[in-house]
Design a protein around this ligand. Structure first.
Ligand code: GLN
Length: 187
């Protein structure tokens, strides 16, 4: 199984290390030509969504990737990656792939609580460590989006068809269950 990791900016290396531990091969997507190589799944890492979106467009990677996601490519998005997938943002006019029917709120926890750690259930999994770094949360989701996790009433993890998207950074903790869950739905 081959997983492509968007490697333009942000915390991509940590995802590759976990994927390799789980027995998946990784390729890095840094330029349009990298999309020519076959891959079975895509990881959109955390970082800065505005920088990632700008680079995706400048490098001509935006349209081909959006098409692959629309066509059903399994995608796992963390934090800034969630913003890239979201249909809209309640506090930002910029939109990106818009393949995930949710409304996100960027930097939703404000300055005081910019970064924090908690432990919560995620889907059927108990006690998942969750590290939030200037994270978005999901304000609302269409009825057909499966809600997997909430903290303090806010949605922080969803699955919609081929797309798994979360607000936090599991790649910064040692628990690999969410990455494993993502690999489990790649046929
Ligand atoms: N605050 C970032 C953004 O708006 C996301 C932060 C992250 O990925 N850790 O894009």
């Amino acid at each position: 199984m081959k997983i492509a990791v968007l490697a333009l900016q942000g915390a991509f290396l940590e995802h590759e290390i976990i994927m390799q531990k789980l027995g998946a091969d990784c390729i890095e997507l840094r330029k349009r030509e990298d999309l020519a190589e076959p891959f079975d799944g895509l990881i959109l890492p955390g970082g800065e969504s505005t920088a990632q979106g700008k680079l995706l467009r400048e490098l001509d990677m935006f349209d081909p990737l959006r098409e692959r996601i629309r066509d059903g490519l399994p995608v796992f998005a963390t934090c800034a990656g969630l913003i890239l997938l979201a249909e809209r943002s309640s506090n930002d006019t910029r939109n990106y792939f818009q393949t995930l029917p949710v409304t996100v709120r960027r930097n939703a926890y404000g300055r005081q609580l910019g970064s924090f750690h908690t432990v919560k259930d995620f889907g059927g999994m108990k006690d998942i460590p969750m590290t939030f770094i200037r994270a978005p949360y999901i304000e609302s989701a269409r009825d057909d989006v499966e809600i997997l996790a909430k903290t303090d009433g806010n949605i922080v993890g969803v699955r919609y068809q081929n797309q798994l998207a979360i607000s936090f950074h599991p790649e910064l903790d040692t628990d690999m269950r969410i990455h494993q869950y993502f690999l489990s739905f790649i046929s």
